[in-house]
Each structure stands twice: as C-alpha cells, then as structure tokens.
Design a protein around this ligand. Structure first.
Ligand code: SF4
Length: 384
C-alpha cells in the first residue's frame, strides 16, 4: 500500500488529502517509514526551534536556552537599576528565577486561597509580628530618642490591637484556628519581650528606609565604585558611642543561617550590604558622623526561633565588594542560568516552565567551555 502511494506521488499525481501528503513524506523511495522528525522540523519552524532548545539544554554548552542572554540593552538596564539586598540574594540563589521575575516581570498571581487549616500565611504572620515589634519599640523609646523603657502591658495591648486589625482584614476559617494561631502569636510576643529585657544595646531606628533626601542611596563600596540600593533595615541599635548593630527580624526557621557561614555563596548578603549602607546613612545624614556598624544580627524573637541571634561581625568589607561586583558583572554579561539545587525548585512558581532544567546545570558548570562565561558567578558561589 505504501509502495503504491509512493509510486503514485513519484508520478506527480495529486495527493488525496493532507494525510496522503504526510504519508508520502514519511516514506523513503523504497517505501520504508522514515524518522519523521527531520521532515516535521523542516515544515514547522516552531517545532524545530523547540527541538533545538531541548538539544541545547541537554548539551554541555551554556546557550540562550539555558538563560545565557547576551543583550546590550539588558546590560545597560542592569547598570541603571537600584537593587535591594534580597534581589541580589535571589539572583545568587537562582539567576533564572531572578530573570523571570525581576527582568521579565512575570509574577505568579497573588490569589487568595481558602485554607481551612490555616488563618495566616507565613508572610502575613511575619508582617504582623514585625508591625507589633515596630509599634512597641517606637513607643517605648519615643521614636528612638530615649533608652527603652519596657512595658509588658503596652506590648500586650499593641499585640491585641494588631491581632484585631488582622482579624478584620483576613477572615479565619474557624474560631478554633483563630484562637490557636492568636495564642501562638501571643507566645511569640512574650518571647520577644523577654529577649528585649536582657538586651544591652539601645534601639535607635526602626524600619529605616535607605534613602537620602528621598532618593535611593548611592552606596560606596571599598573599591570606590557605587551601587544604587533600596530597602528597609528592620532596626538599628547602638552598642556604644559611634558603634552600631543592625538587626533583621526573622520569624521562620533559623536553620539556614549557619554560625560559621558569612555570604553563603551570595545568598546571604543583607547583613553586610545593609551594615555598610546603615553606616553611610548615619554619617551622610549627619546623625552620627563617626558611626561604625560593627555587627549585624539575624534575630529570631519567636517561640520557634527560641530568641536565637545569629551575629555576623562586619569585618569583610573587601570581600563584600568582590561579591557585589561579581554579581553585577554576571548579570550584565547575561548569566541567567537555572540553579543546580533542585530543592529550590520544589516551591518555585516557575517550576512548570523549568521542569528538570536544573538537573543539567552541575555538568554545565563544570565544563571548561563555559568557564569564561560563568567565571564571576562561580566565584561568588564558591564563597562561604
Ligand atoms: S524552577 Fe528551579 S531553576 Fe526554575 S526558576 Fe525556579 S528555582 Fe530556578
């Protein structure tokens, strides 16, 4: 039958229909079935591009299909941007995720979903606690101008006020869950209070935005270069005259903050970047011309974090400059590759796009052909 079709076509007869055309195209001149991919790719450009992308993804070379995007416009755009510490950290975690979100502007829809087992999402709970700590410290220090005058009743009053606000804004699925989660938040507040009582530093600035005269700060790095930064510092405490500590509240799990890690491959930069920024902000705004920010703390003032503090001494400023410069160079050179750590993909909004892309990255990163293109990024990854 096939042979007949082929013979008929060879005789330049008109095909019966589309199926007839394809049947002939998939046969060789002896009537044997061919691998149809080449034929389809020739006919359908999109399919061909798709196959090409898949082959390049599984090859050892880094290409545009792995997020290696060489574009002068993109490089120029990166040079103009103001960065927050968390954006730089997100880039170090997974450049491709950074690209989807911060370059292409593709974000998952912020949909409210009904969860009958939970009242507050972790981020909402974190925001609620931040708000309670902020209001309390502001009031007991007269906005940072006085020593902290602790008052448990006031803290409890503020906590109840904020809980009531959240109850109004976010309906709880049941009274039982509302009581349970409110009780946990009251426990966290109690932890915070007890930790504050034994603190020896003086809280001075809260939710401090990194701007000068309303403009994002031009942060000077140790090599004389500058980076435009934006963001807020949860809290700045004075340790002694002209010596300060910045504090970042954490309400999640403390495990990822190892005591002996410092930059964690560029994924923990906030403590160093904002310490430098706070120091410059204190000096440039005239609040303390001799200010030095000597340490930063990730502070877990909750029952889950058992009041733990992970302190990072700020004595690695040259290294910070190297990490920040390398991340910016890497972005400008178009390195937006996926992470090789598939654990990061588990809860990522872009997982349906990437599928198993991260599985190829470990080999690609080791391949000598890619060493030049990824030099700066790999250097950052190697810094603990
Ligand atoms: S799924 Fe994985 S590789 Fe893809 S963007 Fe998310 S974290 Fe990165």
């Amino acid at each position: 039958m096939s042979y007949q079709l082929n013979t008929l076509t060879n005789a330049e007869t008109t095909p019966l229909d589309g199926l007839d055309v394809w049947t002939v195209a998939f046969l060789n001149n002896r009537g044997r079935l061919l691998d149809g991919r080449d034929v389809l790719n020739k006919e359908y450009t999109y399919l061909s591009n798709g196959s090409d992308a898949v082959m390049k993804r599984i090859s050892n070379t880094i290409t545009a299909h792995d997020g290696f995007i060489q574009s002068e416009a993109l490089a120029a755009d990166i040079g103009q941007r103001a960065f927050s510490a968390s954006q730089l950290e997100r880039y170090a975690e997974c450049p491709m995720r950074f690209y989807f979100g911060y370059v292409l502007g593709i974000w998952s829809k912020n949909e409210v979903t009904y969860d009958r087992k939970r009242w507050l999402e972790p981020v909402e709970r974190g925001n609620l606690l931040h708000r309670i700590f902020y209001e309390y410290l502001k009031q007991i220090t007269s906005d940072g101008s006085l020593q902290a005058n602790h008052d448990r009743n006031l803290l409890q009053y503020i906590a109840e006020e904020q809980l009531a606000n959240y109850k109004r804004l976010i309906p709880a699925p049941s009274q039982h869950i509302l009581l349970k989660e409110s009780g946990e938040i009251r426990q966290d507040v109690e932890w915070f209070y007890n930790e504050e009582l034994i603190k020896t530093t003086r809280p001075c600035y809260f939710e401090q935005e990194l701007t000068i005269d309303g403009e994002p700060m031009q942060l000077k790095l140790t090599d004389g270069s500058t980076i435009t930064i934006k963001g807020f510092i949860d809290r700045i405490d004075q340790i002694e005259p002209h010596s300060y500590r910045i504090i970042d509240y954490k309400t999640g799990n403390p495990n990822k903050y190892r005591e002996n890690g410092h930059f964690a491959g560029g994924t923990q930069l906030q403590h160093a970047l904002y310490a430098l920024a706070a120091e410059q902000w204190l000096r440039d705004t005239g609040r303390d011309k001799d200010a030095r920010v000597t340490e930063s703390a990730y502070y877990f003032p909750t029952a889950r974090g058992v009041g733990r503090e992970v302190v990072r001494l700020q004595d690695k400023r040259e290294l910070l400059t190297g990490v920040v410069r390398n991340l910016l160079i890497s972005m400008e050179q178009g390195v937006y590759i996926p992470t090789e750590d598939a654990k990061r993909c588990r809860y990522c909004d872009y997982a349906t796009v990437c599928v198993n892309h991260s599985a190829f990255m470990a080999d690609k990163k080791k391949h000598p052909d890619n060493a030049m293109n990824m030099k700066e990024f790999l250097e950052v990854e190697a810094i603990d």
